[in-house]
Design a protein around this ligand. Structure first.
Ligand code: ZN
Length: 315
């Protein structure tokens, strides 16, 4: 069913009549890293190949959906996904001095998808390979807006995805911090660095060293504090990235706006909305999981108080 809907959506977006202009209008789809041009004709070609297949991979669908959504919001026939990483700009110049320019939650769609990785964006690289020592969530009465990963001073810390450096400086409790903005609108934050290896405006590729691990700012011991944010709102990295297998759980994530903030989970997973009287134990039982498995699925280490209306990933 999903396949049919996606293809219908694409056909609506681009109009299948573009077929005959194929020969005259063909534009090279240059896939040099950092420079990608897609045309409606390229999309038609992709759809043709999809329609002929019995099985379409998630990756192919993600790619099609991504282009379709970019084209849907564009008035021209061809779309530059991003000209060059160094030109990537989601925030205004004025925003560059603010640590986290934040939009109001109610100005975001109630539910939307983001592609984390595919052939045309980039692939995830874990920022450092240590063990997670502190999860996202409430900790000592304060919200911990990222996760902590163990490292040794001087260990390289690398970009999670292709992106542009928005912030690279010393900043209060964060110590030396790098904030990268990515083409899908997500931002990743790398704090407590011993040394910065990039400067604002630099284009970085996934896996590139952006700093060296350390213990600067409000930090007890060498570690990386890593955050993922969308338009200023933190999401739980542990819910969408595996820090033991160093991969994304799924190439696409779904974000839902809740009163408490943005909730993210892999788009191929199911969620349970917490009702009055629910507990971690009851929810786990309902879906045939242990409490530990349920917490692991949600990227949390400690049972915390559930709020009615909160979304919990259950598979
Ligand atoms: Zn932290």
């Amino acid at each position: 069913m999903k396949k049919v809907i996606n293809i219908l959506y694409l056909i609506t977006v681009i109009g299948i009549t573009h077929h005959n202009s194929y020969a005259t209008n063909f534009v090279n789809n240059d896939s040099i890293r950092g420079y990608k041009l897609i045309t409606k004709l390229r999309l038609v070609k992709l759809i043709d190949s999809v329609l002929e297949l019995e099985e379409v991979t998630c990756k192919e669908l993600d790619e099609l959906n991504y282009y379709a959504s970019v084209l849907a919001s564009s008035k021209t026939d061809s779309v530059k996904i991003f000209d060059n990483l160094s030109e990537l700009s989601i925030y205004s110049k004025a925003d560059e001095t603010v640590l986290f320019p934040t939009v109001a939650l109610d100005s975001l769609p109630s539910s939307f998808e983001l592609i984390l990785e595919n052939n045309y964006l980039s692939f995830y690289n874990s920022p450092c390979k240590g063990i997670v020592t502190s999860n996202f969530g409430w900790r000592d009465g304060r919200m911990h807006k990222g996760i902590d990963i163990d490292l040794k001073r001087g260990d390289p810390v690398t970009a999670a995805f292709d992106g542009k450096v928005r912030v690279a400086r010393r900043q209060g409790g964060f110590g030396n911090v790098v904030i990268l903005v990515h083409p899908n609108g997500l931002e990743t934050v790398y704090a407590h660095l011993h040394k910065l290896k990039v400067k604002p405006g630099d284009a970085v590729l996934s896996g590139q060293t952006i700093g060296l691990g350390g213990n600067t700012g409000h930090s007890r011991g060498n570690h990386l504090h890593f955050e993922m944010r969308y338009k200023g709102h933190p999401i739980n990295p542990g819910a969408v990235l595996s820090f033991t297998e160093h991969k994304v759980f799924y190439s696409t994530i779904t974000l839902k706006v809740r009163k408490t903030g943005l909730c993210a989970f892999p788009s191929n997973s199911s969620v349970h909305e917490v009702a009055r009287g629910d507990s971690w134990h009851l929810i786990a039982n309902k879906y045939g999981l242990s409490t530990k498995e349920l917490m692991a699925l949600n990227g949390i280490g400690k049972r915390y108080y559930l709020k009615v209306g909160q979304l919990i990933r259950v598979n």
